[in-house]
Write a protein that binds this ligand. Structure first.
Ligand SMILES: [Zn+2]
Length: 334
């Protein structure tokens, strides 16, 4: 159960224990008639969304059309691209570990897990949303539990690989989650975490318009140092950090640039969703205003695409990728 967590300015940092106290990073994100802000630890530069949405609001956020209830999230061409990227994920894991038992935390529709199953892996999933978990279980036939990791009661050292693709930032207690991963992962097992990177070039350029901020879904916002601190608390050794993601980073720039241009927030991204999801996301602005935003998107996108691609490569070379993928091993000497 999520607590209605709030951090006070005089509190020491939850991650680095810095006693300086949290400071304000961004104020006033208005979402669904609620107001949020982001605070930052001056020590480790961890960002935290404040206040956390309460459990009731969070349930409604994840159960509406908005999130991952449906089998298809995007219009067909975008859906094909998502499938292609899931295959690449699958290949990266296969290069990491020969074959074994894998747990995907926040497995959503189970696209990645079903590909791993085809490769002969024993697959297990965890999904917060019960409707989505039900679909993965009953339609795709995957072994998926719904709820939080600590409630799933997996056995000690029962997995060879655990993956957390763009989910850690959604969790109300990421420290507890990594602690539990440490318990259920075998010695020598691999933990893979992908998150947006607040120290990235695109985060710095975009500020509060950054596509990957995703308020109020993202509760914690990490950088490389934060993940080093988090994994270092347990018996994990980081082997590799990828700073280029063709799936996330160029689009992060593109949508951020459109947001900076004051076009309706995340309009292009929302237009890529299936019709039923799209209807609930697009704001009910006047038709003429909507057409103007649509036209601006159509005019600016061809200019922003090459710029986004170039910047995504530059930030990766600088080791400041918009999203990062961390590969860690559980030490044998635990
Ligand atoms: Zn800190």
């Amino acid at each position: 159960m999520i607590q209605n967590k709030s951090y006070s300015a005089d509190q020491s940092c939850v991650l680095c224990n810095s006693a300086v106290g949290y400071q304000k990073k961004f104020n006033r994100f208005e979402k669904d008639n609620r107001s949020y802000e982001i605070i930052i630890c001056p020590g480790c530069r961890l960002w935290i969304t404040q206040p956390f949405p309460d459990q009731e609001h969070l349930d409604s956020l994840y159960s509406t059309n908005n999130y991952r209830k449906h089998h298809s999230r995007f219009v067909l061409p975008a859906e094909k691209i998502v499938e292609f990227f899931r295959k690449l994920r699958c290949r990266r894991i296969k290069n990491l570990f020969y074959k074994g038992r894998i747990l995907d935390i926040g497995c959503a529709r189970g696209l990645f897990l079903s590909l791993m199953r085809e490769e002969g892996w024993k697959t297990f999933g965890l999904e917060l949303n019960d409707n989505t978990a039900h679909h993965a279980r009953n339609v795709i036939g995957l072994d998926v539990k719904s709820g939080n990791l600590s409630d799933a009661h997996f056995g000690v050292q029962s997995f060879d690989v655990i993956t957390i693709w763009h989910v850690l930032e959604h969790l109300s207690d990421p420290i507890l989650t990594i602690n539990e991963c440490n318990r259920i992962l075998k010695k020598g097992g691999k933990l893979v975490i992908a998150v947006p990177n607040t120290e990235s070039l695109q985060a710095k350029i975009s500020g509060r318009f950054w596509f990957h901020l995703d308020i109020p879904y993202h509760l914690y916002h990490f950088n490389v140092r934060n993940l080093r601190l988090l994994l270092g608390r347990f018996s994990f050794k980081i082997n590799k950090i990828r700073h280029f993601s063709f799936e996330f980073n160029p689009f992060g720039y593109l949508q951020s640039f459109l947001n900076i241009s004051r076009i309706e927030h995340n309009l292009l991204y929302n237009l890529l969703k299936t019709k039923s999801i799209r209807k609930s996301l697009l704001s009910r602005t006047r038709r003429s205003k909507f057409i103007m935003h649509l036209s601006l998107t159509a005019i600016l996108t061809p200019f922003f695409i090459p710029l986004s691609l170039i910047l995504a490569v530059i930030e990766a070379v600088m080791r400041h990728g918009g999203t990062i993928e961390v590969y860690a091993t559980k030490r044998d000497d635990d």
